[in-house]
Ligand binder design. Structure first.
Ligand SMILES: NC(=O)c1ccc[n+]([C@@H]2O[C@H](COP(=O)([O-])OP(=O)(O)OC[C@H]3O[C@@H](n4cnc5c(N)ncnc54)[C@H](OP(=O)(O)O)[C@@H]3O)[C@@H](O)[C@H]2O)c1
Length: 210
């Protein structure tokens, strides 16, 4: 059994999720930030890749919630690159760092789940999280992580806020980077909701074929 997985991110009107220097951008409107806060608060766990930890150093918590009410934070980090002082390791919430089986790294205050040879095995990780009581998982990025979830057929819902900015740059991260799909493996989505939230639009999709 696996948790229900919602991928949530914010992209610019030209389909980028950060600047060409991979720096975090304020893409969400205040209304979207409120929605993301509520979505986080109602999720059992929030997951990002180590690329996001290194680029943005996020807390991944909900402001105002005590540690025991905050969702579990999960970082995909096959080789143990999460810095010891990363904000995701603070005492505001529980944290799991998922590494490969070979990775010896440990972090004070974080639980380590070692799954997969060389790279974190996402399906095995989701099984472990389910066994820990996680029923709803919010995947926040970045592009490598989101692509991997789509590639493994592990996404149930995809919500993307489209903000009124153009960033450009052929190397700027997008919601799904990775290797990309061959034409016959492209994922199909069904639009299930759309809403104007301040200056942008929230699109919500279900994944048709995993
Ligand atoms: N706008 C938004 O909503 C939003 C949200 C989040 C992030 N971002 C942006 O996204 C950018 C970071 O994205 P990113 O693509 O560079 O990094 P990322 O997706 O955050 O992290 C990718 C890294 O995670 C590790 N990983 C471990 N297991 C994995 C697996 N099974 N599949 C995929 N990755 C795995 C890999 O490093 P190892 O091989 O070392 O394990 C991989 O390089 C930043 O610029 C950030 O600002 C934007």
């Amino acid at each position: 059994m696996r948790p229900h997985v919602t991928v949530n991110c914010a992209m610019t009107a030209d389909g980028k999720i950060a600047s060409k220097a991979r720096k975090q951008l304020r893409i969400s409107s205040p209304e979207d930030l409120e929605r993301v806060k509520a979505m986080r608060a109602s999720s059992d766990a929030i997951l990002v890749g180590v690329g996001t930890v290194l680029a943005d150093d996020p807390h991944l918590t909900v402001k105002g919630l005590p540690p025991e009410k905050n969702p579990l934070r999960v970082v995909l980090d096959s080789n143990g690159r999460t810095p010891q002082g990363a904000r995701v390791l603070d005492a505001r919430a529980r944290t799991v760092i998922a590494t490969s089986e070979e990775c010896p790294a440990t972090w004070p205050g974080a639980e380590v789940i070692r799954v997969g040879k060389g790279k974190v095995d996402l399906a095995a990780l989701l099984d472990r999280l389910y066994a820990m009581g996680v029923r709803t998982l919010m995947v926040e990025g970045g592009g490598e992580t989101i692509f991997s979830f789509f590639e493994r057929g592990l996404v149930d819902r995809y919500s993307v806020f489209v903000g009124p900015l153009v960033v450009g740059g052929r190397g700027s991260p997008t919601p799904a980077d990775g290797e990309g799909f061959a034409e016959d493996r492209i994922r199909r989505l069904r639009l299930v909701d759309h809403a104007v939230l301040g200056g942008g639009v929230l699109l919500t999709y279900e994944v048709i074929d995993g």
